[in-house]
Design a protein around this ligand. Structure first.
Ligand SMILES: C[S@@+](CC[C@H](N)C(=O)[O-])C[C@H]1O[C@@H](n2cnc3c(N)ncnc32)[C@H](O)[C@@H]1O
Length: 488
């Protein structure tokens, strides 16, 4: 296989030095004397040995790597280094239950493309070795990183330690809840450190686990970044410090702790818990209500497989993510589809006053793109736009609220995960909104209509657009201040 082929099939993403150092410092800090000099440390998917290279000389290190070229380069980083398969392979002195610590940044993605590496009887041998595959109907789609997590549990001694770098999807996606709960019955979660920007587009986190009896009394320490894009080096350094001290917040990172049992049937990603803690703090001051209580219709546009919507003159306009600008809907270049066609189902036809939300993608949901539909003619929404029809809540107020920090934090907490950010219907219904007097909500709408809308309608001129955005920001800013000063 070519180097490029290896890189793709074997999911080769190498750990930056600062993150490798953080992983080792974190597990050593949390383990204390439990990882004394002479402890045995293994990485079953070691690449060039980035993680083992930072483990001090005082420890006995073992690496396994399937790619010969990488293994050749990694050899100098460990006391023992084997070329072969870390899931099914057998190697001298690599016995189950014999290591004090497993460090790994395992390959991640679907098992399917890797199956050929395990030989003809691979699927059978994998099924024999990994409990997580029991009852799986779609083995090819199973995340290979979870097999490495189970392999790590097999290699570790009782009460041993694991420092694993995993895609956030494993920690955040509802689909993986079963795997998280399975793991929680075998190990304590001692820390989860979000690793923004460490591996380009894939959001990952460092997870420190201790192989132990289920639901121990210990707490999990969850660390997330402060602000948007801290440098990997500074953030890693700050996170390492936070793990070792009682401090809760540094310049680049913030820490909160949760009990093991709180993690059961829940997400594990720090951003999610950070958003929850933020909402809980505010709930002491403001009456917060789940948005779901005001929703009378929630849907998204049609997903029509195998057919792209064709523009039809005088057809029904379709609002897509790109049509939602910062200050409202941009109706200048809407695609029009054949009325009553598969691209124009009645259920997702918009009505005057509907709230529209881009439900996917860093550039749309990631920027909280929302708008209120103010048109009168028939229109529909595209498949990445959620239509939210509200009753008893002013849609303009809802729009501005989800632009404030309180709204943004909540959406960002849900939008996490591997790959494209997304928000589900259940998550939209669970978003909390402050119950403010309707006169106040209406005053916000009036302000928008008077100060933003007329400029928004002339947004082809840059100066009007900028002015509309300035007024829009002022409305959101004042709402934010108002929320800060309210008491229940
Ligand atoms: C995400 S990379 C991380 C490498 C290294 N641990 C690091 O942190 O830089 C995953 C590594 O696992 C290797 N790999 C993939 N499948 C493997 C297998 N079945 N057994 C051992 N190594 C494997 C890949 O070649 C790749 O080097």
């Amino acid at each position: 296989m070519s180097n490029e082929g290896n890189a793709k099939t074997l999911a080769q993403h190498f750990t930056p030095a600062a993150v490798a150092q953080l992983a080792w410092d974190a597990v050593r800090t949390l383990a204390g004397s439990d990882l004394a000099a002479g402890s045995r440390v293994v990485d079953p998917a070691a690449g060039e040995g980035a993680l083992l290279g930072v483990v001090g000389q005082a420890y006995e290190t073992t690496g396994i790597e399937i790619d010969e070229g990488l293994a050749e380069r990694g050899r100098s980083q460990a006391d023992r280094f084997y070329t072969g398969d870390g899931l099914l392979g057998t190697f001298p002195e690599v016995e189950d239950g014999s290591f004090d610590c497993v460090v790994a940044n395992p390959p991640f993605g679907k098992l399917g493309p890797m199956l050929s590496l395990f030989g003809e009887d691979g699927p059978y041998r994998l099924a024999q070795r990994f409990r997580l595959l029991d009852g799986q109907k779609q083995v090819r789609a199973f995340p290979v990183e979870l097999l490495f997590v189970e392999r790590a549990l097999q290699l570790i001694r009782p009460a041993g330690w694991l420092a694993l770098i995993l895609p956030e999807g494993i920690l955040a996606n509802a689909r993986q809840q079963g795997a998280r709960d399975w793991l929680l019955t075998r190990a304590e979660v001692r820390a989860v450190v979000a690793l923004p920007g460490a591996f380009n587009k894939v959001q990952t986190a460092l997870v420190v686990l201790r192989y132990s009896k289920p639901l121990a009394r210990t707490k999990a320490r969850l660390i997330a970044p402060v602000g948007k894009n801290p440098s990997v080096e500074q953030y890693a350094q700050r996170s390492g410090l936070l793990l070792g001290t009682p401090a809760r917040r540094g310049q680049e990172a913030t820490l909160l702790t949760v009990e093991q049992r709180t993690l059961r049937a829940q997400r594990w990603d720090p951003r999610f818990w950070q958003g929850r803690a933020f909402v809980r703090r505010l709930a002491g001051r403001l009456r917060l209500v789940p948005l779901g209580e005001y929703i009378c219709h929630l849907t998204y546009g049609p997903i029509v497989t195998g057919s792209h919507p064709q523009h039809v003159e005088a057809g029904v306009p379709v609002i897509r993510q790109g049509d939602i600008a910062e200050t409202g809907l941009d109706e200048r270049a809407l695609l029009c589809v054949a009325p009553a066609s598969a691209h124009d189902p009645p259920r997702s036809r918009v009505r005057f006053g509907d709230l529209l939300l881009s439900r996917s993608g860093a550039g749309a949901l990631g920027r909280n793109r929302l708008a209120v539909y103010l048109g009168n003619g028939p229109a529909n929404v595209g498949c990445f736009v959620d239509l939210i029809r509200l009753e008893g809540l002013n849609p303009f107020y809802a729009w501005f609220f989800f632009k404030t920090r309180l709204g943004r934090e909540q959406i960002a907490a849900y939008a996490n995960g591997v790959g494209t950010p997304n928000i589900s219907f259940g998550e939209i219904r669970a978003l909390q909104i402050a119950a403010l007097p309707s006169a106040y909500q209406e005053a916000l709408e009036r302000r928008y209509r008077e100060q933003v809308w007329p400029l928004h309608c002339r947004r082809e001129h840059a100066e009007f657009r900028a002015e509309a955005e300035r007024h829009f920001r002022a409305i959101v800013g004042e709402l934010e201040d108002y929320l800060q000063t309210q008491r229940q």
